[in-house]
Design a protein around this ligand. Structure first.
Ligand code: HEC
Length: 101
């Protein structure tokens, strides 16, 4: 082997290592689900059809009044099929999981 060939092989081996490290990626923690506290089944039933949980999760911690308005807005403005009798429980859940409670 001449010097050029050695460099060529070194390059191939080097690329192999680079690929090896590239493949050992670490996934971020799961964020695609509503927080598992009491009432989560309501959010899973009524708040996943149109957008991801991120819409809810990226809000700063807000009081019940905000979440109440949010649930009503989803129904009245965007036609989310949330039965009004579910509002109180949903607001309770949202305020605990993503709010100030
Ligand atoms: C029928 C479809 C639909 C359903 C079901 C729905 N949303 Fe939305 N939601 C939307 C749309 C449309 C937007 C506005 C998207 C945009 O502006 O890009 C939105 C936006 C949001 C936002 C961002 C703030 C805002 O007011 O724009 C939050 C928070 C949110 N939704 C929470 C919820 C929660 C909680 C539920 C369950 C009660 C829910 N959504 C169910 C359609 C829906």
């Amino acid at each position: 082997m001449n010097a050029k060939q050695i460099m060529f092989y070194a390059l191939i081996v080097g690329l192999g290592f680079a690929r090896g490290t590239e493949l050992s990626i670490e996934l971020p923690p799961e964020t695609g689900a509503y927080k598992q506290v009491a009432g989560v089944e309501l959010a899973q039933a009524f708040c996943v059809q149109c957008h991801s949980v991120e819409y809810t999760a990226i809000q700063p911690p807000m009081p019940a009044k905000f979440w109440d308005a949010e649930v009503k807005k989803m129904r009245e403005k965007y036609f989310a099929p949330v039965p009004p009798e579910m509002d109180a429980k949903l607001v309770e859940y949202l305020t605990i999981a993503y709010g100030t409670k």
